[in-house]
Design a protein around this ligand. Structure first.
Ligand code: SF4
Length: 179
């Protein structure tokens, strides 16, 4: 994001290639207190979100629903509020050592989280949770998660995301026509 137009240039280079089926972007996730050049400023993060929202319309291989992209501007504030952290377990390469509280380990800066998986699950929660996770233990997630505050804009985006996923099911998981 230090170079304006980089995301578009990246997609322009990679998406015409037949080997490339889909493109997802994650943003860099720091630990609390980190000072590193890879960390996006709030302006750079906002620009990344805006760019991705536009680029998904131009590049169908950019397989990121609008609701997921927007979720980057509304991250969980702590691991206890993160659906991804609550529903997954990360193991180290020895397949025994548990990495907590999420795949980043340590003391991750949730407010700056850039994990697309976390954003995807968070946006799914705002749609219809039981449609995604109909059986226990996920359906029994703490009720405080289900009561996550919803803004009207998030609600609209969630409905779009839900319709998008339903369309994908009907298309045999192929990319449906964009709105
Ligand atoms: S995935 Fe992101 S939001 Fe979730 S606990 Fe880790 S850093 Fe926080």
């Amino acid at each position: 994001m230090k170079r304006p137009g980089y995301l578009a240039a990246f997609l322009e280079f990679w998406t015409p290639r037949p080997e490339i089926k889909k493109v997802w972007f994650s943003l860099f996730t720091p630990q609390v207190g980190d000072q590193m050049p890879e960390i996006l400023s709030s302006e750079e993060r906002a620009r990344a979100i805006a760019d991705l929202s536009e680029l998904r319309k131009q590049y169908p291989k950019l397989d990121m629903p609008e609701a997921v992209i927007r979720q980057f501007s509304s991250t969980p504030q702590r691991p206890q509020d993160c659906v991804f952290a609550l529903t997954t377990q990360t193991l180290s390469a020895d397949l025994r050592t548990k990495i907590t509280p999420c795949q980043f380990g340590g003391n991750p800066d949730c407010a700056s989280c850039g994990c697309i998986a976390s954003m995807g699950l968070a946006s799914s929660l705002r749609t219809n949770w039981e449609d995604y996770f109909p059986s226990e233990p996920f359906s029994k997630l703490p009720s405080r998660l289900a009561s996550t505050e919803r803004s009207s804009e998030q609600s609209i985006n969630s409905q779009r995301h839900y319709r998008y996923c339903k369309k994908r099911e009907k298309c045999g998981n192929q990319e449906p026509r964009r709105n």
